[in-house]
Each structure stands twice: as C-alpha cells, then as structure tokens.
Design a protein. Structure first.
Length: 572
C-alpha cells in the first residue's frame, strides 16, 4: 500500500518538526510568517541553503543568482528553502599580505558557522553553495558534521582571459610580476595581462585549488556529477542549480546522508582524482581534514601510496596546457572519472548523492572528438601522479610537493632563511636569490602563521624570473594550486612547535631526492639536538581573537590543520 501524500510529508519533514510544530512553537511560526512563509510552507520539508556569496572577488560573486535557482528547484520539488550566508576570503586578493593568514582559518569558521545555523534550525536537508578555495572544503566539512541529507554545488570556473591570442589565468599575472621584476617584460605588458586575466565571475581557471576541490567533490560523490564543472557564466549552471531540489528531496526520502558517501573508499577516490589531474597540494590538506572530521583513518603515507599507483592523466594548468573550461568542453569530470575507472584507479562502487554509484554516474561520459585534455591510459602525462610526500630529518611528519615530472629529481643547495613570506618575496624581487639556492620560509605553519599562508606570490616570482628549475623552496606554509616548480610545503612538524625547519641556519645544505621521497639537511643528529636545546619559540603574532583561538586549537598539516578537537588528533 502506497503512503498517502500526508504520510510522505511527515517522513520528509521529521527533522524540522521540533522547531515548527505544536502549540508551544506558535512564536516560532509567527516569526517565520513575518518573512512571508505560510502554514503550508512550514508543513513542508525545510531545506537550508548555505550560501558563500561575497562581493569581494570574482569567485563567489555570482552565487546569489545560483542560490535563487536552487530555491526555485527546492520549491518545485515540494520543499521550503531557507537561505543563509557565511564568510569567505579571496586567496587571490589577500595573497602576499598578512590577510592571507585568514584564508585557511576561514575554512574552519565556514564549517563552524554552517554547523551552528543547521543545528539551531533543524533543517530536514542542507544544500551548500561554494566556489573559492576554502569555501569548498569548509562547506563539505559542515555536511560531514551534520550528517543529515545534504549535498554541495560548486559555483563554477571563471572563463580564461585572452592575452595576445593566448588563454591566460590569474597565474599569468603572478608570474608576470616576477618577469617584470627581472626586466623580462615592461610595466605596460604587466598591466595588459592584469587587465585581461580575470574577465568575469567564477573561480580561478586552472586546476588550481578551487577546481581541484570541485573535482574532489564530484569524485567523492558529495556533489552531483556533471554539475560542478559547468562554468560559472554558462546558462546550464542555472539549470543544474534547479535540479538540486529534486536531488535533496530524494536524499531525504531515502535518508541518504554524507556518512554513506564520504567513506574511506570515497576519500581514496578523491586523492586519486587530485593526483591524476595534477591538482593542488591543498587537496591533500583538505582531504585529510575530511577524514579527520569523519573519523576515518587516513595518513600522508596512504596518499603517497595512491599517488605512486595513479598516472597523471589530465594535462591542465599550472603544470599543463589546459584550463578547467577546456576540461568541461572535452567531456568534463565525468570523462576524467570514466578514464580513471577504466584504468582501475577509482573504486566505482562508491555511492554518490544521486543514489547512483560513481561507476553508474561516469558511464554517461561523452568524449569530444580530438580532445587533448584527458590523456589516453597508454599515453599519460606522467606514469605516477603529480603529488609526492617527502619525509626525512627536515620533515619527520612529512611534506608535500606537486610535480609534473620534468623538474629535477634531485636538488641540493644552501639554505636561504626567511622567517616570514614578505622577506622572501622582497629578496626574490631584489634579485638576491641565485640559481642553486634553497629558499626556506618558516614560522608560517598552522600555528606559527597562524594559518599556513600560500606562497604563490613568491613561487610565481621565482618562475617569472626564469628560476623555476634552478631554485628550490621549502616551507611549513602552503602553496596555491597555481604554484609550479620544485616547491615543498606542509612541512611537519612546523617551526613554531620546534620542528627541524626551525633549526636551520643560513648556508646549511638542504637536499631533496624526489625518487627516494626524502627531504634532509646535511646535519648530524647530535647537531640537530644541540640546536634544538638552544631553540626558543618566538612570541605568537596574535594573542586574542579568532587568529589566536585558531593557533591554540589547530593540528599540524599532516592532520589536515583541523581545529575540531573531537577528532582527538591535535598534537604537538
């Protein structure tokens, strides 16, 4: 016997009843009616729409439009949408400033704020709308914590700019800054690139952090496949936004929750996607954060194992040739997933928010004839993935580097010590860094920064000066997804808590062996111990407010730099 519509509604709206049902909830209903809701609206499933819209920067600028389409779809599917907003920080705008320290911290604030609103308002389902680097992992972390029927949608990639007939992204601007400092281009040429690189709304256009995490969302299954990679300004984005209403109502009916999607199997798929697409090193940090939030064991060693067995199949910026929109035109993330499944690099049985498996979702891929973005299995960009995890006496708990395979496999040189990013950038701009140097930027870790600033301004300046293969950089901070070259980040433990990177002195010889996956300084254990005995932690940069709170709570990079103490993995 089929349930009546009334019975079905009671099943779908069960979570929101404590908020709006009964005589003792009259005041709550009265306040909802003040914003235009009716009794009929309040009797329907209530769907929270978490929006990360902001006017500050292009990545999330268009999300009001998409939120309106999502709400249309929820209403059409029989639900009542309630939109709320949270914070966002533009990495590209804050890059190279003290403000960049707020970026990773915003990931935690985003997750915390969505959790608070969702817990306080008893939503039956939750849709999170994200676009820039930290809003994607922050919103997904909130879905993991709440574990009610919920899904995410990425706002989409910006269109590439055009500079003298060539597609360019914001990466080109940062590298042009270095080229200008080296006298390789004029200021007018730099200004010309600046003026065209970001032509409208959407997240940065290469396989940088935002598009890496967009791919992670689809491969992980928490975002509907084929939805994320639709470009920000494409009219199809409005169509897929409306479809979320139908999907979320189906998830509620089936009680399909993030814990059934974000599993060990799903996380391994996500890492394979990052490494197989040449994605951002931040994909490592955020996937570890998902694992910690979900209570799923995962380590850097697991990530290294996955990277070793996964070929680099997508030829995308910053190490390759193509943008995220090129991938969309070639067949999208669905094509990439299908190719990875054909090679046995993904587990197709993993569940997705549509109720279909990853393999079922990827089966509908359509490859554009002649496309060159996703390579055939017998002709990868590189036989192993783009991510490498290094350990050694400089990184006992690990460090991460992203390589295409054309970089030096071994490098050894004298350490050039900088205790903050700005000093390193000025040294590069003033041509004080020479071929063979190893730039060390420390006290920029999760606790020391605090917030693990990205070093794109420095790394792009190095590349722009033509030193990308001749200089190495190591840091306990992070890199932008647009970074390329021999750049090792996420070094743990960080300098602020006495990690070996904090013991280095000017001129110490630092050596990387990519094939051996090692990062070492040529010092004896006795010398390191003697330096550690003399070392004293510097005063923290912040003693109050959100920055100080984050520094007190944050775990190291190999634990995803999370602040959720419930995971029990915060350690010194």
């Amino acid at each position: 016997m089929t349930d009546s519509p009334e019975v079905r509604d009671q099943i779908l709206n069960a979570r929101s009843r404590p908020l709006v049902e009964g005589v003792d909830r009259s005041a709550a209903r009265s306040m909802f009616k003040a914003i235009g809701l009716t009794d009929d609206d309040l009797n329907k499933p209530i769907i929270g729409i978490a929006n990360t819209w902001t006017e500050i920067g292009p990545c999330n600028f268009h999300l009001r439009r998409l939120a309106a389409k999502i709400k249309e779809g929820v209403k059409m599917a029989g639900g009542t949408p309630l939109e709320f907003n949270t914070v966002t920080i533009s990495d590209g705008i804050t890059m190279g400033t003290e403000g960049m320290k707020t970026s990773l911290i915003s990931r935690e604030v985003i997750a915390d704020s969505i959790e608070l609103v969702a817990r306080g308002n008893y939503f039956d389902g939750l849709i999170v709308l994200n676009s820039c680097d930290k809003t994607i992992p922050g919103t997904i972390m909130a879905l993991i914590r709440m574990d009610i029927p919920g899904l995410a949608l990425y706002g989409g990639s910006i269109a590439p700019g055009s500079y003298r007939g060539k597609d360019v992204t914001v990466q080109a601007v940062f590298e042009a800054m270095g080229a200008y400092a080296a006298g390789r281009i004029t200021y007018d040429e730099l200004k010309e690139i600046e003026d065209v690189a970001c032509p409208g709304p959407g997240a940065c256009g290469g396989q940088f952090t935002a598009n890496t995490m967009s791919m992670v969302g689809e491969i992980l299954g928490i975002c509907p496949m084929g939805f994320n990679d639709v470009p920000a300004e494409d009219s199809v984005k409005d169509d897929v936004s409306r479809k979320l209403g139908e999907i979320i109502m189906h998830m509620i009916a089936e009680d399909l929750r993030p814990s059934q999607i974000i599993t060990r199997k799903g996380l391994e798929n996500a890492i394979a996607a990052v490494t197989g697409s040449g994605g951002s090193t931040n994909g490592v940090l955020h996937t570890l954060a998902f694992a910690r939030e979900a209570g799923i064991p995962m380590t850097l060693e697991d990530i290294e194992t996955i990277s070793r067995r996964t070929p680099l199949l997508a030829d995308m910026l910053p190490t390759g040739r193509f943008t995220a929109i090129d991938l969309y035109k070639a067949g999208g993330i669905r094509l990439f997933a299908q190719r990875m499944l054909e090679g046995g690099y993904l587990d197709g049985s993993a569940m997705t928010v549509t109720g279909r498996t990853l393999a079922e979702e990827a089966a509908g891929a359509r490859e554009t004839p002649g496309q060159e973005v996703v390579r055939p299995l017998d002709n990868p960009v590189n036989k192993s993935g783009g991510l490498h995890v290094l350990t050694g006496n400089l990184a006992p708990q690990g460090g991460v580097v992203k390589l295409k395979g054309i970089e030096p496999m071994k490098f050894s040189g004298p350490a050039r010590i900088f205790n903050r990013e700005e000093d390193a950038f000025h040294a590069v701009q003033n041509r004080e860094i020479k071929a063979g140097d190893v730039i060390v930027i420390r006290y920029e870790g999760p606790r020391g920064g605090p917030g693990m600033r990205e070093m794109l301004q420095v790394t792009a300046a190095i590349v722009g000066q033509g030193l990308g293969s001749d200089v190495m950089l190591i840091t306990d901070g992070r890199f932008s997804g647009a970074t390329r070259g021999l750049m090792v980040g996420h070094i743990a433990p960080e300098a602020m808590i006495g990690g070996p990177i904090g013991l280095l002195e000017e001129g110490d010889i630092v050596t990387i062996d990519v094939e051996g996956r090692t990062l070492n300084v040529e010092l004896s254990d006795d010398e390191l111990a003697a330096r550690r005995a003399r070392w004293q932690a510097p005063d923290p940069h912040y003693t109050s407010g959100v920055m100080a709170k984050y520094a007190r709570l944050v775990a190291q990079a190999d634990d995803g730099a999370v602040t959720n103490s419930a995971v029990g993995l915060v350690r010194d």
